[in-house]
Design a protein around this ligand. Structure first.
Ligand code: ZN
Length: 158
């Protein structure tokens, strides 16, 4: 039983800079387990700890092949550019047009504290940028060009 409530962008927790994780203890493991369960239930691509009210630098990303657990993640490389639809579990029902790099590489710690690197293109790169922004208190609506219209959304779904 680890489902956590996902806060909306009206909550002040989504607009604060998160603190680094210092202790790799049972509380971190529980948070990561709960975040995985919450992301799966919400059918999302990524989730950041502040979205469940925890102001720590913790993010998970579903790459389609695995769930990456990124603790204290840092962006180490980006390349290219993409502009596309972006959504957020904290902004339900809406999507915006956001410009992001097309490639991104992050360095992060796993739940034991070991450093590793992860990279991705297209949706994964977009997700890395989006989730790392959350740790700075930034929601995509603050960096988007505009919200997508209903018509544009329908066209995306087809
Ligand atoms: Zn988000």
């Amino acid at each position: 039983m680890g489902l956590r409530k996902i806060l909306t962008d009206k909550d002040p927790a989504l607009h604060k800079v998160c603190k680094p994780v210092e202790k790799f203890d049972w509380k971190l493991r529980k948070l990561l387990d709960d975040m995985r369960e919450t992301l799966e239930k919400a059918n999302g691509v990524g989730l950041a700890a502040p979205q469940v009210g925890i102001l720590r630098r913790v993010v998970i990303v579903d790459t389609g092949e695995e769930i990456l657990e990124l603790v204290n993640p840092v962006m180490v490389a980006t390349d290219g550019e993409q502009t596309g639809a972006e959504g957020c579990l904290s902004v339900p029902g809406r999507y915006g047009l956001v410009k992001r790099p097309n490639y991104a590489k992050v360095r992060a710690q796993d739940r034991e504290g070991n450093w590793f690197e992860a990279e991705g293109e297209a949706l994964i790169a977009r997700c890395f940028c989006h989730e790392l922004d959350h740790l700075e208190g930034i929601v995509y609506t603050q960096v988007m060009e505009r919200f997508l219209t209903e018509e544009e959304l329908e066209a995306e779904e087809e």
